[in-house]
Design a protein around this ligand. Structure first.
Ligand code: ATP
Ligand code: MG
Length: 243
């Protein structure tokens, strides 16, 4: 089993869109037994895959008690399961602050008999949960807008990992999202980091909130779908490389 988290300090940069499309790609393109774990109480990833938490579910309690099984549901796609977000996650920060530092790491590890790929969709912010996520996963996929302020936030994340997760930090894959090359600032920022993966600003991605379908299903021939496919190939390569 290999795990990744879609993480960024900033909000609204396309994390959930990436998490859903990468998880769908893992299950369908690579036939990996995949779990998408929605850690954001907003539940955007859960909703986009046409699911919702079971009425009496408490993900916070499941995390505290190490009982994830009852929280997991099948999606409409073979090989793709979802651990749905629910309102209890609002209390997760408080709980993790008093909890063991490797709580989440242990839980992710406990999934390794049942899944080949575990993908976490994280809420924004450099919080206690984020530190637990950094200890838990093999790879961080970090979406950012192509702008100097986003690059700065990314540099701060890299510094944080070097300082607080020395020797055990996950691999890190920065991705430019919502890219519009007609914008001078986007074009200039990308020119300064030309090797970095990009996801275009695309109606096909925006529409996921309405269609509740991954881009590879709803618009498989779109440039956005091609970008997600290419990104998944990069991610798979990195994941198979990590020890
Ligand atoms: N490549 C894209 N092109 C166009 N719209 C996008 C793209 N990626 C995301 N969006 C839209 O931007 C909004 C924010 O995206 P998303 O929810 O994925 O961001 P997020 O980083 O998960 O946000 P949050 O920090 O609130 O969890 C959504 O309305 C989504 O549909
Ligand atoms: Mg999100």
């Amino acid at each position: 089993m290999r795990s990744l988290a879609v993480f960024s300090v900033k909000g609204g940069v396309g994390k959930s869109a990436l998490a859903v499309n990468l998880a769908h790609a893992a299950a369908t393109l690579s036939a990996r037994r995949t779990l998408l774990w929605d850690l954001d109480t907003q539940g955007a990833a859960t909703y986009t895959l046409r699911l919702s938490a079971r009425p009496d579910a408490s993900a916070r309690k499941g995390i505290a008690e190490g009982e994830l099984g009852p929280l997991i549901q099948a999606s409409d796609f073979p090989g793709l399961d979802v651990l749905a977000a629910d309102k209890s996650l609002r209390q997760l920060e408080k709980q993790l602050a008093d909890d063991k530092a490797k709580r989440l790491k242990k839980l992710v590890k406990s999934l390794d008999q049942d899944y080949d790929r575990v993908i976490l969709d994280c809420p924004p912010g450099l919080t206690e949960l984020a530190d637990q996520v950094f200890r838990a996963v093999d790879l961080l996929v970090v979406p950012m807008l192509p702008s100097p302020l986003s690059m700065r936030a990314y540099d701060q994340l890299v510094d944080h990992l070097a300082k607080h997760h020395k020797g055990s930090a996950p691999a890190i894959l920065p991705v430019f999202t919502m890219v519009d090359r007609r914008k001078a600032l986007h074009a200039a920022t990308i020119a300064a980091a030309p090797e970095r993966a990009t996801i275009p600003y695309a109606a096909a991605v925006e529409a996921m909130a309405a269609t509740q379908l991954p881009v590879l299903v709803k618009a498989p021939k779109s440039p956005a779908a091609a970008a997600f496919r290419a990104l998944w190939t990069d991610v798979e390569r990195l994941l198979t490389r990590v020890a």
